[in-house]
Design a protein around this ligand. Sequence first.
Ligand SMILES: Cc1ncc(COP(=O)(O)O)c(C=O)c1O
Length: 415
Amino acid sequence: MNTLQPHHPQQCQHLMSVTARPADVFVRGEGAWLWDQAGRRYLDWLQGWAVNALGHCPAIITQALQAQSTQLLTPSPALYNLPSLELAQRLCALSGFDQVFFGSTGAEANEGAIKLARKWGRTGGRNGERAARREAGAGAFEIITFDNAFHGRNLATMAASGKAGWDALFPPNMPGFAKATLNDLDSVHRVLSERTVAIMLEPVQGEAGVRPATRAFLQALRELCDERGLLLIFDEVQTGCGRLGELFGFQHYGVKPDILTLGKGLGGGVPMSAVLAQQHCSVFEHGDQGGTYAGNPLMCAVSLAVLQELSQPDFLAQVRERGQQLQEGLLQLSQRHGLGEVRGAGLLWALELGSDNAAEVVRACREQGLLVNAARPHCLRFMPRLNSTAQEVQTGLNILDEVMNQPGSGATESR
Ligand SMILES: Cc1ncc(COP(=O)(O)O)c(C=O)c1O
C-alpha cells in the first residue's frame, strides 16, 4: 500500500541537495513506465540511468528477490554463498574472463580495477610476467585515462575521470592518472612513460554524451598494451550487460581488455557491480579487497536472473533491432528539425540539439510524459529498457517530435 503523503516542498530540506531534481515525486514503476504521486504516467528513457535493463520491477527480478529473501540475505563476505558462486561462474563463462570480485556500485568496481592494476604494476604481475615483458620491471602505477571520461564519484574514480572542473573540487587529488584524448593515439603516446601500468576507458563515453571510441582506436590500444606490457581496462558500467546490443561492449568492438568492470544493468535495479580479470592480472591476495556486501546473495540472485534473460536466444537481436529503430527515428527527427549528430549503439543514444537548450527540452519532454537526460547542455541521451517494444520507441519519438515543434524549443529556431 502506498502510504506516502502528497509531496510538500519542505520535505526536501532533509535530503542533501546534490543534484537538480524536478518537484515531482515518483512512486511506482512497471516496465517502461513510471508514475508520479499525482498519478501521471511517464515513458521512462532514463531507466535509473541505464540500470533497469529489463524495465521497472520485472517479474523475474521481483520473484528472484522474493525467493532469495526467504533463504539468505547477508551471511558474511568471509563465507561462501551459492548465488555468488553461481554468478561468478556464469559471468566468467559468458565473458571469457577468469575471476571476478563483486561490489555494489560502478565506482566501487572501478576502484577495484585501479587497485588491481596498481598491485599488478607493483608486484610485477603474476609470476613476475610484467617484469619479463618490460625492461623497467615492476614499480609502475600510473593509469592513462581520458578527457571527459566518467568512472564514478569516489576520490580515486573522480581523479580517473576527465570531467572539466573536477580537479578543483576536493583537493588534494589522488595522483596516479595521466589524461589523454579519446580516439587520439598520439595523445596516448605523449603521456606514456615508465610509470604507466594501464590504460582505462569506457568503450563509449556515456556521461560525456555518448561518445564512442572507434574500433581502430581500441585495437591500437590493445596492441600498445601488448607491446609495452600494460593492462587494458574497460569500464563497462554503462555499456555492459546488453546496452550496446552485445552482452558486453568489448564484444561489440571485438577487442578484449584484461580487466572489465560492470555495474548498472548487471543488477537490473539493485546495487550490483563486478570487476572481472583475466588470470594473469587477477593478483588480489587476502586482505587486498573486500566489502560488507561483496557478493551479497540477494543481489547475486537478481543478477543471475538478469543474465538468464539477457542470454535468451533472441534478446540481443531485439536490442539491436529496437536500437536501429531508435537511431532511424532520431536521424529523421534531426533532419526534420535541423538538429545535430545522432550517436550511439544498441539502446544507448544521444542527439545533438545544436544549441545549449537541453535542460528546457528535457523539461518539455517531461511535461509531455517522456523522461530523458541532458547528458550535456546541448545533447540529449536516451537509455530505454533493453526489452523496449517497437510501440514504446515510436511513442518516445513522437513525443520528441512534438516537443521539437513547440515554439521556443530552440530546435525550430535553428531550422
Ligand atoms: C561508465 C561509468 N562508470 C562508472 C559509473 C559510476 O557508477 P555508480 O554511480 O554506480 O558508482 C558510471 C555511472 O554513471 C558510469 O556511467
